[in-house]
Structure formats: structure tokens, C-alpha cells
Design a protein around this ligand. Structure first.
Ligand code: CA
Length: 243
């Protein structure tokens, strides 16, 4: 089995920050869900392990990391009202990216309050010009990890900046927090100064599927994964069915 999913593209925060936060890391930290007992404080589970829902190939390669643990780690930021109305922010940056036409940035986010929002910003490495790709609006909270899939269309080299904003006011039902987990870039994105990926061209299944063919997770159907479905921490295939 050729390597399907490059760990440079995928960050689960189970073994550190990966390539995130090397330039800017303000207000974000890794948190272990095992140490959290209440949603008032932080998520009580992460996305990678907490729901045991991650891509089967990734599970095969890294199962040993997860044995004995069921909750895992995520990227976390929070803020506390200290008697003065204010807005505070937390920022973390990605490794430098060169985007192909179909480069997609994917992640899971879980926020507890209408008083926190998340801006996903691209910052050109040369010019420092910033462009907002998406904002998770205030009030869009469902008490679970929500999948986000953001097309990027920048030319040149840039970084993704995750900026959380906390709107601190009195009488909040809980201090606002936000958690991010299972970040990935699609194969069209070039990470850092790495050579262009050959992942998709090294796989030549016999059934005219240019990527990965497998048995669907919830049926007996044989499916061909789209590039955008690969290496995004979503399990599409039955274990051991990948061709
Ligand atoms: Ca995780």
C-alpha cells in the first residue's frame, strides 16, 4: 500500500502542533480532553479519537498512538470575563502553502458560545496581505465538532491564520471557548517547500478509479473516492477494503 496521507497535510494534535504555530501562536494551546470533566470548561472529547471516526488508512498507520486513549487532544483557546467589557483574540498560523487550483483547507471546530467567532484568513508570505476566507458566525454553535471545507484560490505562497475572537461581556452563561481538531490540506496544496505530491499518481487501481477504490462504509457498494474526500479525517471506506 503506497502512502496515502502525508502527515505534513494532516494534523490531529495527538503528537504536538505538527507544523502549526511556528510563526504565530498567541492564545492557542494544546489541551487534553482526558483532563476535562465539563463542557463549561472545554470539550470533553476530541474529534480524532473521541468519536472514533477517522480515516481508515490513517487509523491503520497510527493505531498504536490511539490505543489506551479514548479522548485525545485538540487545539484550544478561551477567554475569561474580568469585569471589563473587551474583545480578545487568539491567533495561530499554518505552515506556508502553495495552493493549486483545487486546494482545500479542512478542519473541525467546536465552540460553546455566541461570544466567540473564528476567522479563517490567508496571509501572503511576501506581502503580508490578509484576506478573510471564512468566518464562523456568532451563534452558529451545535455542541459538536463541525466540519469545514474551505476552497483556497490564492496564488503565491501564503499561510492560513486561525483567529478566534472572544467578545467578553457580563452575564455570560459560560466563558467562551473554541476547539479545533483534525486539520488537513487536500493533495492539491503544496506544503512548505516540499516537492509536488505524487500521492494520487502512485495509486493505479484496476477499475478506472484514479484515486482510491473501496467498499463504502455503510453499504456493500464499491465507490471511488474523489480527491477532496481523501485524507480529511472522514472515514468513507470499510476497513481493509481499500484497493
Ligand atoms: Ca485530536
Amino acid at each position: 500500500m503506497p502512502e496515502l496521507c502525508s502527515l505534513k497535510r494532516m494534523t490531529s494534535f495527538e503528537s504536538g502542533y505538527g507544523l502549526w504555530g511556528e510563526g504565530v501562536k498567541k492564545g492557542w494551546a494544546l489541551k487534553s480532553a482526558d483532563l476535562v470533566s465539563s463542557l463549561l470548561e472545554a470539550p470533553t472529547f476530541d474529534h480524532t479519537i473521541g468519536k472514533e471516526k477517522f480515516y481508515s488508512i490513517y487509523k491503520k498507520l497510527y493505531f498504536f498512538c490511539f490505543e489506551g486513549s479514548r479522548k485525545g487532544h485538540y487545539l484550544f483557546a478561551s477567554a475569561f470575563y474580568r469585569g471589563i467589557d473587551s474583545t480578545v483574540t487568539a491567533e495561530i498560523d499554518s505552515p506556508p502553502i502553495s495552493a493549486g487550483t483545487f486546494c482545500q483547507f479542512r478542519f473541525y471546530v467546536f465552540a460553546n458560545s455566541e461570544n466567540v467567532s473564528l476567522q479563517v484568513i490567508s496571509k501572503n508570505v511576501l506581502t503580508n496581505e490578509r484576506h478573510q476566507l471564512m468566518e464562523i458566525p456568532k451563534g452558529d454553535h451545535q455542541f459538536s465538532y463541525q466540519y469545514q471545507n474551505i476552497p483556497t484560490s490564492n496564488s503565491g505562497t501564503y499561510k492560513i491564520i486561525l483567529t478566534a475572537s472572544f467578545n467578553l461581556r457580563p452575564n455570560m452563561w459560560a466563558d467562551p471557548w473554541i476547539a479545533v481538531d483534525d486539520i488537513s490540506f487536500s493533495n492539491e496544496c503544496q506544503i512548505g517547500d516540499s516537492a509536488p505530491t505524487t500521492n494520487t499518481t502512485t495509486l493505479k487501481p484496476p477499475n478506472n478509479c484514479p484515486t482510491v477504490s473501496c467498499t463504502a462504509l455503510n453499504s456493500t457498494a464499491q465507490i471511488c473516492l474523489k480527491p477532496s474526500q481523501m485524507c480529511n479525517f472522514i472515514q468513507d471506506c470499510q476497513v481493509s477494503s481499500v484497493v
